[in-house]
Design a protein around this ligand. Sequence first.
Ligand code: FPP
Length: 248
Amino acid sequence: MGSRAAANLPEHIAIVMDGNGRWAKARALPRRLGHRQGAENMRNIIEACLDLGIRYLTLYAFSTENWKRPAAEVDYLMGLPGQFYERERHLLHKHQVRVVIIGDLETVPAATREVIMQMESETTDYRALTVFLAFNYGARAELAMAAERLAKKWQAGEIKKITEADVANALYTGGYPDPDLVIRCGNEMRLSNFLLWQSAYAELYFSQKLWPDFSKRDLVQAVEDFARRGRRFGGIDNISNEPRREER
Ligand code: FPP
């Protein structure tokens, strides 16, 4: 057993980075500066995950519902992947951090799509930490996309029944582990269409901190809280899915 498992650390942490607008408002700044600060905070949390030995980190950066925001704010958010890669390229290469995008890239501006694909391809061999950037992501859209993929396979006669594993593999996250811990910042208690299938058995953690203020220390606190919880996955035992001796 690795030291991460021994310490009961999550293998995969997913975060709803909420509160950028309120962070800016509290300082009488335009909302975009809240997003800029939020994007900069991603470095702190990536570094904290590297320090802790977390293998997967998913960050909710732009949802399928965020298109409803004013055009100027959407434009600014579309520029963030490019700014992020320019600023953090060195960190990603130095620490072998892979970036994988989950979401629909077809409808994002070409310049954003290109920088995202460049970031993915230039980090594709790295395995110290995989960062899933959820961009133009929505869980319901993802499930509809998976249903369409499976319907095509069915039509082609490639499958005769649809299992849970088939659905999981048809999602953007197919082949990767589900999140163990889902953190939402910004003092809101909802999932907002984030990883609805994958989070079926995730532990949920809500932080009052606004995302730009969510520090390494806050992440460690969330992980310590996770380590104290007993996960049963619908069973009755804390750590094992095996039947207990007296029940065999
Ligand atoms: C929600 O806060 C946050 C967002 C919609 C955007 C989150 C994006 C980042 C933190 C940076 C993304 C970075 C890259 C590289 C793509 P909100 O605006 O809803 O905050 P509020 O609830 O306080 O108004």
